[in-house]
Design a protein around this ligand. Structure first.
Ligand SMILES: NC(=O)c1ccc[n+]([C@@H]2O[C@H](COP(=O)([O-])OP(=O)(O)OC[C@H]3O[C@@H](n4cnc5c(N)ncnc54)[C@H](O)[C@@H]3O)[C@@H](O)[C@H]2O)c1
Length: 256
């Protein structure tokens, strides 16, 4: 088992890649503190893991509030009795059009993509430094590596998540804490179909869908499990010499 006995916190755990990560990590022997604002979906995910013989607990929180994010991180770490791995996966789409930018939407997107990630990582680092080990994974996006015409603000926020990962990696390397960013391309989750494919109002839904997948050399969206497997590698000791990277898992999107 690749995560035997590891204590793991996953945010945005009730759907998509976060759910796949919780299930995958649990199969590999981890105990999971699963954080999400969707109480009903979170219960289904946690019950599914526990029924399959795993060990998971749900923590309901709206992470757009930084104080709530800090409190739920403390609660999750207390339940686990420490923390070995944090997959800080929560994020959200940002406004698509800068010419009509709504500053409240901009601030909320910043709170969910960057602020809460920083707050929760800080809680994890305090514990990881004391024990001299730990792995933190931030979900950024290929949109943080290359410009997104659909949402330049989303590009800016995900680039800042990559910067956060690199900065923390360098700062806490000698404490035994590894920090990396995961950069998914389009992945078949509700966020892709409900948000990203609608975000450019100049085009129809059908045109937006074609535009999103057209950029992927493998010619399709990724599956949540494919991203969870990359997160599993970054979480495990198999990546013990890897810190400060921004890993594209994108079907080749950023290769051209
Ligand atoms: N799906 C993609 O194509 C794609 C590509 C690159 C990066 N991402 C990033 O992946 C993450 C989203 O993951 P997904 O695609 O698996 O999405 P998803 O739509 O399957 O799930 C998102 C989950 O996040 C939860 N959530 C949303 N806002 C929250 C908040 N304020 N507090 C607590 N929970 C909240 C939702 O309840 C939901 O369970 C985000 O960081 C996103 O930026 C997604």
């Amino acid at each position: 088992m690749r995560l035997q006995g590891k204590r793991v916190v996953v945010t945005a755990a009730a759907s998509g890649m976060g759910q796949a990560g919780c299930e995958r990590f649990a199969q590999e022997g981890a105990r999971i503190a699963a954080v999400d604002r969707d109480e009903a979906r979170l219960k289904e995910v946690v019950d599914g893991i526990n029924t399959a013989g795993g060990n998971a607990q749900g923590f309901v929180a709206d992470l757009s509030d930084a104080d709530i994010a800090g409190t739920v991180a403390d609660d999750a770490i207390a339940w686990l009795g420490g923390i070995d791995v944090l997959w800080s996966h929560a994020g959200m789409p940002a406004p698509g059009d800068v010419e009509t930018l709504d500053l409240d939407e901009f601030r909320t997107a910043t709170d969910v993509n960057l602020t809460q990630s920083t707050v929760i990582a800080a809680r994890a680092i305090t514990h990881m430094r004391q024990q001299g080990s730990g792995s933190i994974i931030f979900t950024a996006s290929t949109s943080g590596l290359v410009g997104s015409a659909l949402s330049p603000v989303y590009s800016a926020l995900k680039a800042s998540v990559i910067g956060l990962a690199k900065g923390l990696a360098v700062r806490y390397a000698t404490d035994g804490v590894r920090v990396n960013a995961l950069c998914p391309g389009p992945v078949a989750t509700p966020m892709l179909y409900n948000d990203f494919m609608k975000v450019d109002a100049r085009f129809s839904q059908e045109e937006n869908e074609k535009r999103v997948v057209a950029g992927v050399p493998l010619g399709r969206a990724g599956q949540p499990r494919e991203i969870a497997d990359a997160a599993l590698w970054l979480a495990s000791d198999e990546s013990s010499f890897v810190t400060g990277i921004a890993l594209p898992v994108d079907g080749g999107l950023t290769a051209r």
